[in-house]
Design a binder for this molecule. Structure first.
Ligand code: ADP
Length: 442
């Protein structure tokens, strides 16, 4: 310790002061009077310093205390040192809190610090968004007053912190939240909230998918099984009957085969990455092949199908996927448009790229189905779709194939007037050289 701040120094200064006064008193013969005056002066000086200290502690806004002199110097210096130490601790603590908050803000999950009586002490931005908190107004509020649900109330009061709670978001009924509580510090708990909407949706989709596939396979399997049982004694069956059974067996196995191929195609599309535009596709040639196929399969159906295809608009992409997209849309129109009506297939250049559309004047689709048409296994009229050999996977395949080519399926339909299925291929996936050559030629 600095010599200036030792107690001995204080005593020796005081002794020296009084020794000087006594010596002066003895020399002048006014010892008592001088001692009295000196003591009063000392008292006044101490009082003045005491007043400076009081003023500094209660009124002054200054960080540093006033300069001290004599025996008051160690006091003011001591206060200054204490202030410095506190400031350092405060900034260390501030840094620690700042780091904790930054860490919590960087988390993908919502985090909330809950104190006694379930009061919110702090929460990150994700928590404000997920629970619709107003910040900082809601700081200090009870969390169970803001999230008003009996399950949540029970959860926050429960002592068992292990089990998470799955709750519908209090501000958006479409969102599912998973909440976990864990002990944190003294009488505090950390509430961690995760948005699991996507997970729940995926789980539901997986369950529906398994149920749908089983159902779709079970129907033809039941038919095949029934006929096979009938065939246990072929001698009992006349040739005409056998012809009918054979036709049915072939059609049902075809149906299962087509379902399995469509499922395989869908799964490979889903796992395929975005098309890098590796191969050039001659769209007009591809559409000419589909036109021939339509003609071959639906020759007997009285439909007027026109192909208005601009030649030379080639694109880059995955030929198999694009063929699937074009042919599914065209075949759907042909399948679902009643005889005697019209279908128009167009492929042409537009400002943002190239447009493909299939327009029919069929019965149209009711609005409530439109958003769900691209879901796997979704069919407007199950019986009718099955009659036409549909499994409800076609538009789902189109959606994924287009997604891999930075494009999107647009469906417009009016009941009684017809439907239009279209998509645009962006210009950067088109073969611009071929397009300009074509423009020069014409
Ligand atoms: P599917 O294999 O049953 O044809 P899709 O996914 O291709 O399955 O089509 C889903 C449903 O959309 C069909 O079952 C049908 O009800 C409806 N749909 C598709 N295209 C048309 C169209 N051009 N006109 C009317 N309905 C259509």
């Amino acid at each position: 310790m600095d010599n200036r701040y030792k107690a001995a120094r204080l005593i020796s200064t005081l002794s020296l002061f009084y020794a000087g006064v006594i010596l002066l008193g003895l020399l002048t013969g006014l010892l008592i009077e001088l001692l009295l005056v000196a003591s009063i002066a000392l008292l006044v000086w101490h009082y003045l310093n005491l007043n400076r200290l009081r003023h500094y502690l209660w009124q002054s806004r200054r960080f540093a205390p006033p300069e001290g002199s004599g025996s008051w110097r160690p006091v003011f210096d001591g206060i200054y040192k204490l202030q410095m130490r506190n400031q350092q601790r405060r900034s260390q603590l501030g840094e620690l809190v700042r780091r904790f908050r930054e860490g919590a803000e960087a988390l993908p999950d919502a985090v909330m610090l809950i104190g006694q009586h379930h009061v919110i002490l702090w929460s990150n931005t994700q928590a404000h968004e997920l629970l619709g908190l107003r910040w900082p107004e809601d700081r200090g509020q009870r969390i169970d007053n803001l999230v008003r649900s009996p399950e949540f109330g029970h959860f926050i009061r429960a002592r068992n912190d292990k089990e998470p709670l799955i709750l519908t978001s209090p501000i958006d009924t479409q969102r599912q939240l998973e909440m976990r509580l864990m002990p944190y510090g003294d009488h505090q708990r950390l509430l961690v909230i995760r948005d699991i909407t996507l997970l729940v949706r995926l789980e539901n989709m997986r369950r529906d998918f398994v149920a749908n596939v089983s159902h779709e396979l079970r129907t033809p399997l039941t038919v095949v099984k029934g006929y096979l049982e009938m065939l246990s004694d072929p001698s009992q069956m006349d040739p005409a009957m056998w012809q009918q059974v054979h036709r049915m067996l072939v059609s049902q196995t075809d149906r299962m085969d087509s379902l399995v191929s469509q499922l395989t195609e869908l799964s490979s599309l889903e796992s395929a990455r975005q098309s890098k535009g590796s191969q050039r596709i001659d769209v007009s040639q591809l559409l000419a092949i589909v036109e021939q196929e339509v003609d071959a399969v639906y020759r007997d159906k009285q439909l007027q199908v026109t192909f208005d295809v601009t030649p030379g608009i080639d694109m880059f992409g995955e030929p198999r996927q694009m063929r699937s997209a074009f042919s599914n849309l065209i075949f759907n129109a042909v399948k679902y448009t009643p005889a005697g009506r019209h279908i128009e297939v167009v492929w042409k250049k537009v400002a943002a790229g190239a447009l493909f559309s299939v327009k029919d004047d069929g019965d149209g689709i009711e609005p409530e189905h439109l958003l769900r048409l691209t879901e796997r296994f979704y069919r407007v009229d199950k019986a009718r779709s099955r009659d036409t050999g549909g499994s409800g996977l076609g538009l789902s395949i189109v959606k994924h194939a287009l997604g891999n080519h930075q494009s999107e399926l647009k469906i417009r339909s009016t009941v009684g007037k017809g439907s239009c299925f279209s998509f645009e291929i962006p210009s950067h996936l088109l073969d611009s050289r071929r397009i300009s050559e074509q423009a020069n030629e014409s």
